[in-house]
Design a protein around this ligand. Sequence first.
Ligand code: AMP
Length: 404
Amino acid sequence: MLVLVVNAGSSSLKSQLIETEGKVTRMKCLAEKVGTDQAYMTISFAPDFAKVTYNVADMSVAQCLRKLLDVMTDDPESPISGLGQIDAVGNRIVAGGEYFTKAALIDDEARANLDKCEELAPLHNPAADACIDMLRELMPDTPQVAVFDTAFHTTMPPKAYMYPLPWQYYEEYHIRRYGAHGTSHRYAAQQAANLLGRPLRDLGLITCHLGNGGSITAVNHGKSIDTTMGFTPLEGLMMGTRSGSIDPAIVTYIMRREGKTFDDMDEILNKESGIAGISGVGGDMRDVLEAADAGNRRAELAIDMYVYKIQKAIGSYYAAMTRTDAVVMTAGIGENSAKLRERIFAGLAHMGMILDKERNDFTGQIGANRIISIDDSPIRICVVTTDEEMRIARETDNLVSQIH
Ligand code: AMP
């Protein structure tokens, strides 16, 4: 099945055209700084993926997608010459609220429910919905699927998802914990079960998605029972530029002291905090590791804090589950940084998570899922490579295949 994956962000668009049978990517597209006069979009086609850059200044995310479709039907390098050759569209949706517990085919009812979810992710969901509407008009006969970041976490029990706030805020505004990165946690858990050679339903797993954003999930017998992200993706771990959990009183304190607005605080907590805020060298972990190696003490502190918060989250989920068979590392940092994995697990050996240094350092097989703990480690440690677009394409294929 040829699936167009659309991953619309607040100011970005990622898209791929994927042949699901052979798991082959035929087109890749990335638009950044969307909505500004500096917006650009790169599009490349298999087999060599030579990037061509397009000016998409002042266009919306949906208009960028429209432009991508034009290029895909006009460019001689493109694997398609007409939109009819696309079998299905898979849309990544950040927030599905309490309306969507799994991926959904977008019919009129689902589309109406998507509207209700917009207030839960006001930066992301409206852009995705606009793309869906544009595609429904342009390709009315092509099935579209919504794949939700939150869906995997809808199995959390109330004691994990409720905030200790006045009850009315849950009833009126649906303020509760929803989590995120659900597709990645679900995939990481399944891949770990494959590595361990045991059914997912028999296992207790702690999955760690450590990228620019980061979250950790307790997956008990295949179900998410708790996760570190909350009402929004700001809660939980320290991240590239996000603060993660802090004392909420700090927010009102800074607002009073400096006369900051709500928008200022959104910007500070989401864009200027976390690893970037502490290190002063930005939120990209590679740069921070390099700066720390060169003796930058703030960069070293940022790494120390980052590692410590991950250790505490893993420890708390060990306590939350009835059993822990493995800890699973995925996403940019989790997959690629042997150094950070070593620092994280150096503090967790007493809980029975014992890293094998050689297996951890082994880089000859990048891209392969593997176990990196010693043979008799009571709790295994796994590395799983994530590929969000491919996972969305597969979920789309699964759902669309059921209706044909
Ligand atoms: P993601 O959001 O999953 O793309 O992950 C991006 C993050 O992974 C950035 O902070 C990168 O610096 C980090 N990253 C990627 N490769 C490495 C590496 N080899 N060592 C350390 N961090 C890495």
